[in-house]
Ligand binder design. Structure first.
Ligand SMILES: O=c1ccn([C@@H]2O[C@H](COP(=O)(O)O)[C@@H](O)[C@H]2O)c(=O)[nH]1
Length: 276
């Protein structure tokens, strides 16, 4: 998908919500366990209930790999369903991959060609030749981990090397990569105040921002410090939407949660237009 199509969706739906499809058989409503493919049945119901309020879906690959071949089949069915029924919605494989070039190319083919995702999350630790193979795919995007939402982010990412924090070095160096216009970055909502400095380095890049809802990040703060002229934000919520209810009306409850976030996002987008 082209960035312009994503931006156009954001304005059309007045939303920059990404719904995380972290589907956990221990948390989905019990009655779905009788279905032939409970993970897909849950995802389909969530997608149908929430698609008008969001512009992206992000299956975290761990939740599918955990169930072996059956989990991988559920992921494939979910992607086929999205690409067939909602091709305008941006898809993110939250896989956090990255390896020597030869191997990265195989990962890229798996997510961009076989599963037909629009983007994949990549760890920057192995450097240029581990990331560039993912950047070779037209209209596909690499979402590089910059400053993650967890406490462990302070172990390495905020440490200074040569006078600058490592996450800033990741942002600056990655801008020199081949096809760097296909890069986006992960920045946790729990680190919202850092977004001001991040925007000085990557003013218009799209940022995937997990950590609102269950992890306690604030949507308002993310917008205050991180919104760009092209919006430039995809704010993710997974558990806060998926498991709003474990009863028969789980999808309705998820829709209510997604709509509540979308309405807050509409207010934030309104402020952007006032400022221009
Ligand atoms: O820094 C990061 C990077 C990725 N994640 C992932 O996002 C979702 C968040 O789920 P919630 O239930 O909304 O907390 C999940 O898939 C994480 O693995 C992140 O949280 N932080």
């Amino acid at each position: 998908m082209k960035i312009e199509q994503l931006v156009s969706q954001i304005h059309q739906k007045k939303s920059f919500l990404c719904v995380g499809l972290d589907t956990d058989l221990e948390k989905i409503p019990q009655h779905l366990l009788q279905e032939e493919d409970p993970i897909f049945a849950f995802n389909k119901a969530i997608i149908e209930a929430t698609h008008e309020y969001c512009v992206a879906y992000k299956p975290n690959i761990a939740f599918y790999e955990a169930y072996g071949i059956q989990g991988w089949k559920s992921l494939e069915r979910t992607m086929d369903y999205l690409n067939t029924n909602h091709p305008e919605i941006f898809t993110i494989a939250d896989a956090k991959r990255g390896d020597i070039g030869n191997t990265s190319t195989r990962y890229a083919k798996a997510f961009f060609e076989t599963l037909n995702f629009d983007s994949v999350t990549i760890a920057p630790y192995m450097g240029r030749d581990s990331v560039e193979p993912f950047l070779d795919f037209e209209d596909k995007h690499v979402i590089l981990l910059a400053l993650t939402s967890n406490q462990g982010a302070f172990d390495f990412q905020t440490k200074k090397i040569g006078g600058e924090e490592l996450y800033k070095e990741v942002l600056r160096t990655s801008k020199t990569y081949r096809n760097s216009e296909r890069l986006m970055y992960v920045v946790g909502a729990t680190k919202a105040t850092y977004l001001e400095g991040i925007r000085q380095i990557v003013p218009e890049s799209f940022l995937l921002v997990p950590g609102v809802g269950a992890q306690g990040g604030s949507l308002q703060e993310v917008c205050q410090y991180g919104m760009a002229q092209n919006v430039g934000l995809l704010v993710n919520s997974s558990r806060g939407i998926l498991y709003a209810s474990q009863g028969l009306n789980f999808a309705g409850a998820a829709a209510d949660k997604a709509k509540a976030i979308q309405l807050e996002m509409a207010v934030e987008l309104g402020k952007l237009h006032q400022g221009s």
